[in-house]
Design a binder for this molecule. Structure first.
Ligand code: FPP
Length: 304
């Protein structure tokens, strides 16, 4: 399994090796405060166009231009991975001409950006049910994934025909098959085993930051498992207008946050005052035991 904290991918990343440095972000954001993996829900193309008296597809075309800018900005910022939610499992039910337009934009993006992706050492990967994509997209997608597979720069992940619930359901199906075939012991199923069945765990670091544009504050079936400890960033900016400066603003906001992963934010040894009236059988666990058995404070939830 890959990743600096690949066993559970839920341990403070600020304590891990810093992400790749870049001149640009070095100026403003310390490398160890930079997210390794940013996911983006690119929302607002349709509204952006309608507000300007244009058809929705014009918004998607402008959105594709924003994709070019943001990929470039993400790379120069030193991100290790950038995932763009480009087409959801549910988007297939949009009007056929809109679906066709989006497929055409994807095809064009893959062809026109091929040289830049390769020249910049970007590795292209996907999550989602890409078998459903038309051949006009699948062919250039497959080719670019293959030729960029050994690149070691930023990972660009396109979420295509992707749904978080659908992905989890497929992972559970595969896990059940392995259990029935005796390849795994049901008693050994835990968080890291389930996670290992998710495609994101095979090609991406843990998600650190999720950005959604257009003022909506929803996750909309994107990276449902992966979002567990991600920081969320919402902006009113419509996707076609989102650019390098907006990304930098989100990265600065992320850098200013304290991530606790369900812990206290204090070093593990700093467990606060211990009730000295509690007999200590194990020095290591005495504070935990005191908290659990003596104080008997009703649970206030597990806010992380
Ligand atoms: C959501 O906006 C956006 C999409 C469903 C498609 C995103 C696609 C692109 C940005 C362009 C193609 C992608 C690549 C990678 C080249 P919406 O249409 O739902 O906006 P609305 O909420 O205003 O209707």
């Amino acid at each position: 399994m890959r990743g600096r904290w690949s066993a559970t991918r839920g341990i403070p990343r600020a304590m891990a090796k810093p992400a790749a440095k870049s001149h640009e972000t070095m100026l403003e954001i310390p490398a160890d405060r930079l997210p390794r993996h940013v996911g983006v829900i690119m929302d607002g193309n349709g509204r952006w166009a309608n507000e300007r008296g244009m058809v929705r597809t014009v918004g998607h075309s402008e959105g594709a231009n924003a994709v070019r800018d943001v990929v470039r900005a993400g790379r120069s910022a030193g991100l290790e991975a950038l995932t763009l939610f480009a087409f959801s499992s549910q988007n297939w039910d949009r009007p056929p001409q809109e679906v066709f337009h989006l497929m055409e934009l994807l095809r064009r993006y893959l062809i026109e950006e091929r040289a830049e992706i390769l020249d910049n050492g970007i590795r292209l990967v996907t999550v989602g049910d890409t078998d459903r994509l038309p051949l006009i997209v699948r062919a250039p997608l497959q080719e670019l994934m293959e030729v960029s597979a050994k690149n070691e720069g930023m990972i660009l992940c396109l979420a295509l025909s992707y749904g978080g619930r659908e992905t989890i359901a497929r992972a559970v199906q595969e896990l059940c098959r392995d259990a029935v075939a005796g390849r795994i012991d049901p008693e050994k199923v835990d968080v890291s085993l389930v996670e290992s069945y998710l495609p994101s765990s095979k090609c991406l670091p843990a998600l650190d930051l999720l950005i959604r544009t257009s003022g909506e504050r929803r996750v909309s079936n994107f990276f449902l498992w992966e979002v567990a400890y991600a920081e969320l960033y919402f902006t009113e900016t419509m996707w076609p207008e989102f650019g390098k400066e907006d990304l930098m603003k989100a990265l600065r906001d992320y850098a200013s946050r304290e991530r606790r992963f369900g812990l206290t934010g204090r070093p593990p040894s700093d467990s606060g005052p211990v009730d000295s009236s509690v007999p200590s059988t194990s020095p290591k666990n005495s504070a935990v035991e005191a908290a659990c058995s003596v104080q008997a404070v009703p649970s206030q939830g597990s806010e992380g």
